[in-house]
Structure formats: C-alpha cells, structure tokens
Ligand binder design. Structure first.
Ligand code: SF4
Length: 382
C-alpha cells in the first residue's frame, strides 16, 4: 500500500521572505534586518529554486495553495510578487481558485500598493496586528500602534475580503478582563479569520535572554489555559468558531487552505532561506530545509534533504492531524502505524472529556486541543 500522506492530501508552495523592517524580541523565525539591502538577488534565487523543484517533482499535481510568509513578504514589490507567482505557474501550474496568501505588517499595508498585490495574484492577506493595546505593542517591539493597525485593517478591507489578523496573548501580567476587551475590539474590526497565539518564549530570542536573567516572567501555564478557554468562548460567541488549536474562521471558506495542507500531511515545496518543505516521491517522505543564510541561499548552497522513516512520518501525521477540529482519520493512522490507537487510552481521553470518536475520526475537544502535543505523544505507538 502506498504511503497515506503526500500530494493526494494537498500540494502547496511556501515562500519564505526573511527580511523585516526590525526584529521583534519574541521572534524565533529565520529573519534578518532589511536595512537598505538590494532584495532583487534573493527574489531571483527564489524563482530559480521554484524551477529547480519542478525538475525533482515531475509527477506532482497543480498547486492548491501559495503562501508568502516570513519575515515580512509585504516588503516585496507587486512586480516581484507577480514574477514569483508566474514562475510558480510555469513550473507547477496553479489550480483554479487557488488561495494565494501574503503575510503583511500594518505599516506596509498603510503605505503599500494593495491593488498591485491583488493584481499580482494575492487573494488573501494575513496582517500581523499582534495587539490593539499600545503598551503591549511597545512591549512586543512592534513598529506600529493600535490606531495604525486599525487603519491598516480598514484599508485592507477595501481590496481584500479574505483577511486574517494575527494576535499574541497570554503576555506577562495580562488579565482575563484586559484580554477580553482587546479581543472584542479585534473582533469588531470584522475580519473573517483570526490566528490567536499564546506568547511562547524561546531561549535564543531577546525575550528568552531576558527571561533567563529574570527580567521577564512568562505567564503561568494555568493562567494561559484560562485565557485559552476564554478565547474559545468569546470567538465562538462572536461567530468565529475555532477550526484548529489557534485558528478561528467565520465560515469554512475563510479557513486557511494552506495550513490545511500541513495538518493533512500533504506535500509542500519550501523555497527561500531556511524554508522547510515535505515532499513525497516513490513512497518516500522527505523533509527539506533550504540554506538558512540569505547569502548562502542566493549562491545556491544546497539545503538539507532528510528522508523520513515511516515512524517519523506517522508521528508527524499524528501531531498535525489532531490539531484541526476535523480530527484524526483512524484509517490513515492504522495504515501508517500498522495498528489503531490503544483503545484504553482512547477511552481515557473520552472519559476526561478530551476527545471523542465520530465517523472513524478521533476529534479533540477544546480542552483536548489545549493539550494536543501531549495527547499526540501518548497516542503514538513505539
Ligand atoms: S515582523 Fe514578524 S517575522 Fe519579522 S521579526 Fe517581527 S515577528 Fe518576526
């Protein structure tokens, strides 16, 4: 039997644009200060990489999704975006009605050529609002304030219907009442999709170093869990149900098709410095990682291609499939692991109101989604 992962479950293209106007102290992505560097060589290298991938994937289907992430890809000009999309179409063909997302910062939306982005092919905008509280935005090191974020959303709405806002909560000292006020304000902006992430403090970031020195105290886990539950309640009450651990949409058509490829263990090509991809060829799943430093990537330094064992693939499938509310397909689980999940463990999850089975899918409850990583660790056979 062929591996039940790969392009039959979706095929996307992720483009990592690593430059940012300034580096936020919590950011753990592969990012570099934009300064006034010439970005054209990197755009050209990305286009060359897209074509090189086609050579490796002659039998892959047309793309279902393109995602410009970063970093700050809204620093690209409409012409550069257009050339990258054209190269994607030349190499792989873009299926009809494909979602093409651009991650953006509020300041770029206020000064950017939105009609140009749209004409280039962008049809979904994800805006890094992060907070609507000026003190919090300053703490997060953002270069916009609440008022400019709100103006940016209004401006984006004149061109894009499919809009997502990112926010970061569970910040040190944030009270439930303060988060409720902020979240309701964000919901009133009217975007049909929200991605709401708890602040995580990674050791190699500026926040991580401050935390190690005791200058920043992360929120306690129990308090974070309370804010997560409050988030689920408020969003559902306002018509933006959770369809995944951190993602909420007003209707299924606004759910991120690109992220669904990740959660379904489809294939995606990752281009741009440090981009990760997953490719399935001849029954073998391969994890790809492009050269991290932009200079290396531009000079076509090879990235790393790691063949994944079936157990690696199965564990990754499990961890991703538990995240969306559609849950884990038990037939695919069995095909990958050679057995179903431990019935005693499934019964325990149901007893504790963490999961239930519906139509041969194991679906986590809201409380279970809060512990998705822990549950996937326990469900994986050794
Ligand atoms: S703008 Fe986004 S990608 Fe860039 S440093 Fe800040 S959080 Fe990271």
């Amino acid at each position: 039997m062929s591996l039940p992962v790969g392009p039959d479950f979706g095929f996307g293209l992720y483009i990592h644009w690593p430059y940012c106007a300034r580096i936020c102290p919590y950011c753990d992505f592969n990012v570099y200060a934009a300064k006034d560097r010439d970005i054209e060589p990197l755009a050209a290298a990305i286009i060359a990489d897209i074509h090189a991938h086609r050579g490796r994937l002659p039998d892959h289907p047309p793309l279902n999704s393109i995602f410009f992430g970063g970093g700050t890809p809204s620093l690209l000009s409409p012409h550069q975006i257009e050339r990258i999309i054209e190269a994607s179409n030349d190499a792989f063909t873009i299926a009809q009605g494909v979602e093409i997302t651009l991650e953006s910062n509020p300041n770029d939306i206020l000064s950017g050529d939105l009609a140009g982005w749209s004409a280039a092919g962008i049809n979904r905008l994800s805006i890094g609002v992060q907070s609507l509280d000026d003190a919090a935005l300053s703490f997060l090191g953002r270069d916009h304030d609440s008022e400019s974020a709100q103006r940016a959303v209004s401006r984006a709405q004149t061109v894009f219907e499919n809009l997502s806002l990112d926010a970061i909560y569970a910040r040190p000292g944030q009270s439930p009442a303060a988060w409720e006020t902020e979240l309701l304000k964000m919901l009133r902006l009217g975007a049909p999709h929200l991605s709401l992430y708890e602040l995580t403090i990674e050791s190699r970031t500026a926040f991580g170093k401050r935390a190690a020195r005791g200058e920043l105290v992360p929120m306690e886990d129990d308090d974070q869990a309370d804010l997560y539950e409050l988030t689920q309640y408020i969003c559902a009450d306002q018509g933006l149900n959770a369809y995944e651990v951190s993602n909420h949409a007003r209707a299924p058509r606004f759910e991120s098709k690109h992220n669904h490829i990740y959660w379904a263990s489809g294939d995606w090509v990752g281009v741009g410095p440090g981009a990760h991809g997953r490719l399935t060829m001849n029954g073998q799943r391969i994890a790809t990682e492009a050269a991290k430093r932009p200079e290396d990537y531009i000079h076509a330094t090879s990235g790393i291609n790691t063949p994944l064992t079936q157990l690696d693939t199965a564990r990754e499938f499990l961890a991703m499939a538990l995240r969306p509310v559609s849950g884990l397909d038990l037939q695919r689980f069995e095909a990958l692991f050679g057995q179903g999940p431990d019935p005693k463990l499934v019964a325990e999850l149901a007893r504790n109101d963490l999961a239930h089975i519906n139509e041969n899918r194991l679906i986590l409850t809201a409380q279970g989604r809060l512990m998705a990583d822990y549950i996937s660790g326990r469900l994986a056979p050794y």
